[in-house]
Design a protein. Structure first.
Length: 419
């Protein structure tokens, strides 16, 4: 029996609990939830579960009663909670992005490796047939060596302007101080400005559209091309203000070449909000027919989220959670998609906690993926500036000001190692 605890009880946390505990050998022992008003489903399905508001108390009191945890909180608390569990030898399933910043991500990756715990990041489509097919297609060489990649999401996890000037009453049963965690103190604002979901738009708590969806949509590209850490990146979109992430990002990456790419470097470009790849790139996908669609790059025919991978022999469109498609279609009319199996991302991890196997999205894989994504979140702060990245030193070589965003500061009493 795998004795399990969840950090978070509703929203994505509840989805994770359901998927992990669908395995008959998993028992939910405890949950930590700062908002006691969001316990309804957990208590209904797991009436004997022990409830805590403070995640630190759960780890301390349940240390000998649990074997594994899922961390399904706002992004800014992923690293402290996951590290606390890892240090106690607990297996960890952590939602994407792995952490709020690059430094935290590196710490988690190295700590998990050192402790030998079983880890998995919540990029569940990684185990889905459609993403596994995309990886197999690229690595088969059918589209030749990859020249460039364009990847995007139509989500708009950004905002503008300062928080409302008047504080709201903190709801009964909700611990605002625990929700803030390591972030600087500030008044609570109601109407969903922070809690329960719009925290994704705020610099201190979320990681914008890129942090939310980049880990998903970059994933098949990252795996298919066997990418590592980028050499440089450059944002051509808007910068955030003092409080919020921007939307309509356009971030150009340059990665070292791999056996699957043409040349010593390969460009990968990310777009979000209303931004899309250039018309000539969208034209490679025959679903984008009209001149207006090509001109504006508006979402159409499955072009709301996904990637276009351009090779020397053809192109691959990888829609988010849909069957990959090869173009020109006439060239690949007789091509049979690779036969791959569907996987259950959560069960794969839960079974590995018992067997000791290594899941496919362990922190050894998802850590570098997350680092690459979160570097883009730094680039948007310096529009029009090429940032040269040194992954060994964990620093930018040419824009020293950017390095202060690699590792954030924490309020007293909530410090993270190295902060």
């Amino acid at each position: 029996m795998l004795r399990h605890a969840s950090f978070g009880a509703s929203g994505m946390a509840w989805a994770d609990i359901q998927s992990i505990c669908s395995n008959p050998f998993v028992k939910l022992v405890a949950v930590a939830e700062v908002d006691l008003n969001r316990l309804g489903e957990v208590k209904a399905w797991h009436p004997d579960v022990r409830v805590y508001q403070d995640w630190r108390e759960l780890l301390e009191k349940e240390a000998n009663e649990i074997d594994s945890v899922n961390v399904s909180t706002p992004d800014h608390m992923h690293a402290p909670i996951a590290l606390g569990a890892i240090q106690r030898g607990k297996h960890v399933y952590c939602q994407k992005p792995l952490a709020h910043d690059v430094y935290e991500t590196r710490v988690l990756t190295e700590a998990a490796r050192k402790k030998g715990v079983v880890t998995q990041m919540g990029i569940q489509i990684h185990s889905h047939k459609v993403y596994r097919q995309a990886v197999a297609i690229v690595q088969s060489g059918v589209i030749g060596k990859v020249r460039e990649v364009h990847t995007w999401s139509n989500k708009k996890w950004g905002d503008a302007g300062s928080p409302p000037s008047s504080a709201s009453a903190i709801p009964s049963g909700f611990n605002w101080d625990l929700w803030l965690g390591g972030a600087a103190e500030r008044p609570f604002v109601g109407d969903g400005y922070y809690h329960p979901s719009n925290w994704r738009k705020r610099l201190d708590f979320g990681t914008g559209t890129f942090g939310d969806m980049g880990c998903h949509i970059f994933d098949p590209v990252f795996e298919a091309l066997a990418l590592t850490s980028p050499l440089s990146l450059r944002s051509e979109g808007p910068a955030p203000d003092a409080w919020n992430w921007p939307i309509n990002a356009r971030i150009h990456y340059v990665f070292p070449g791999t056996p699957y790419t043409e040349g010593k470097m390969v460009p990968v470009t990310w777009y979000d909000g209303d931004e899309r790849p250039p018309a000539e790139v969208l034209a490679l996908v025959e679903g984008a027919k009209t001149s207006e669609q090509k001109r504006t790059g508006r979402a159409v025919d499955g072009l709301d989220q996904g990637s276009i991978i351009i090779g020397t022999k053809g192109s691959l469109h990888v829609p988010h959670v849909d069957t990959p498609k090869l173009y020109p279609s006439a060239t690949f009319r007789d091509y049979a998609l690779p036969k791959v199996s569907d996987g259950h991302h959560w069960t794969q991890w839960a079974e590995a906690c018992i067997s000791g196997a290594k899941p496919s999205a362990s922190f050894d894989y998802s850590g570098p993926l997350t680092e690459a994504v979160l570097l883009g979140s730094i680039a948007v702060r310096f529009p029009g500036t090429t940032l040269a990245w040194n992954t060994a030193k964990l620093e930018f070589e040419n824009v020293k000001e950017a390095n202060r965003h690699v590792r954030r500061s924490y309020r007293r009493g909530w410090e993270f190692p190295g902060s």
